[in-house]
Design a protein. Sequence first.
Length: 625
Amino acid sequence: MSRIHLLSPRLANQIAAGEVVERPASVVKELLENSLDAGASQIEIDVEQGGVKLIRLRDNGDGIEQDDLSLALSRHATSKILALEDLEAVGSLGFRGEALASISSVSRLTLTSRRVGSDNAWQVQTEGRDMDTSVTPASHPQGTSVEVRDLFFNTPARRKFLRTEQTEFKHLEEVVKRLALSRSDVAFSLRHNGRVIHQLRPARTEAEHERRIATVCGPAFIDQSLSLDIAAEASGLRLWGWIGLPTFSRSQADLQYFFVNGRIIRDKLVAHAIRQAYQDVLFHGRHPAFVLYLELDPKLVDVNVHPTKHEVRFREGRLVHDFIFRTLHRVIADVRPEAAPAEAAPTAMTPAPGSAVSAPRYEQGRMALGNSAPAPAAIRDQVSAYGALHRPEQASAVPHISGSSAGGGAAPAAAVPFAGAAAMAASADDKAPPLGYAIAQLHGVYILSQNEQGLVLVDMHAAHERIVYERMKQAYETEVVRSQPLLVPLNLAVSQREADCAQEQEAVFRRLGFELSRMAEESLVIRQVPVALARGNVEQLVRDVLSDMLTYGSSQRIEHHINELLATMACHGAVRANRQLTLPEMNALLRDMEITERSGQCNHGRPTWTQLTMAELDKLFLRGR
């Protein structure tokens, strides 16, 4: 090896660029963050050839002083922190002071700026092997422009790793979308090869904010989402934004945006909390969609853990995890069939009354038949007839549904009967309930119901399965978990860290039905397990739980395994296909769905019901044309 020597400024910056500048999208991210930190309210981005040939960004921010222009292109030069104390509570998006120096080392960069209150603008660009700078007068409005040409022109090895023009632009566009979602009060303009791609106006009201969400994420997301805004005063945490309904799941995790104090992050603790909140309502292999904003004291989150600032570290990770999980879990649980205005066209569930979320936005209006659309026929008659069935003196006469199938044989588990008769009597104002009243059964599988909006189709097995499952969970939670001692205690070899965790969380394991004891520095013994899990792989389950506790501060694996068993029992105990139901039985099922949490999906995440409005039926049969 050669003797120790100092690297040249250009080589040092190019090495740093390897961490910061991966592709044109990385350049745009760094420049946009600088503009937002400078207080810009309007940002224009022009790119050519996916950003490889040209990236030009102009903002109307505070600008840069003439004497600071050359310094801005130096390494570790920043206006955002001065001391270590500032780093412990960073409030800006950028703070390292490496972006402009790294970008200028692998491109031809020109920086033009005019400071607020200044009559003159100045321009700086790098020259020569040592990256010398020269400052010259320029013409420019208030703000800053950065022009980056010929990215990686002097590092051909890096340029070979770039993808096609379209692929690089897609990555760049995604960066603009993310920052546009993080700062809805800022106007963004994006042009590619002279063509306008996005023209986003600033959003100052909730309606304008939703319009920006719809522009970036698609109108389908905002129509099939729930808005929430929940704060925990004790911990100083606030979570707000939009989460997609379980029926609006995705085949890949491409519509997931999570911001911490305005900074978009990818954090495994956050991802785990959201995944846990959705686990009981999503079909396997599907991913939820969300745009969520978490606000907390900057001192409680460390953003200086990754060169690209995509990852953060929470000082109270368990607190944040539990807050996100419990908030979303409660919001999703409150989603159930709910009454909607007669002119609305709901296609999914709405939150229960009193929940801390607002209902999904749906397109309203119906295709006019002549001058006005008549109200659905026979609703009043159905209300009267159903009310007669559910008078208090006749409630006991309403039949219950057993879990036996048409093919004969008893149900494998004790079927939970419907409680619809006692759950909901006819309303005094003769208004039809959200899921209406049953009118027929189709092939012994689907219930056809008529409500004020049109036709409701219900998968009776899936719906009953969810009802039985939720009641079994409630019963399990209210009772003391029954445990049974192992005939031969199970010895478990673990690391010292895992043994310490098991000892600290001994009370948690005991509440869940486990009895764990520490036998040595790296040894545990399991003496007692829950009855429901006696035949399972207890050793692997305990190891997974300890791993979760060490990683996320908590674990729901035991509850998840128990819920899986309850779900299997509920599936076997639910009413089977080809079982002929009477109208009172079908109506009892509909009433139970309206009061059951998560009744929009069965235990496996499949939808349990759907709505066909009169407008959709009219369109199907070309009525009114």
